[in-house]
Design a protein around this ligand. Structure first.
Ligand SMILES: [Zn+2]
Length: 47
C-alpha cells in the first residue's frame, strides 16, 4: 500500500492520482493538496 510521505496515511487507488508530483525523477502521491504543497516546499525532509 502506497502512503502519503508527509503523514503516512494509506493512499487508496481511487484517491492516489489526485495529488501527484515529481521529485528527483520519482513520482510521489499524497492524501491532500496541502501535503503535496508541504512536500514540494521541503522535499528533502521526506523519503
Ligand atoms: Zn498526508
Amino acid at each position: 500500500m502506497e502512503r502519503c510521505p508527509v503523514c503516512g496515511m494509506e493512499l487508496y487507488e481511487n484517491r492516489a492520482n489526485e495529488f501527484p508530483t515529481m521529485h528527483l525523477g520519482q513520482r510521489y502521491r499524497f492524501c491532500s493538496a496541502e501535503h503535496r504543497d508541504e512536500f514540494e516546499a521541503t522535499p528533502g525532509e521526506y523519503d
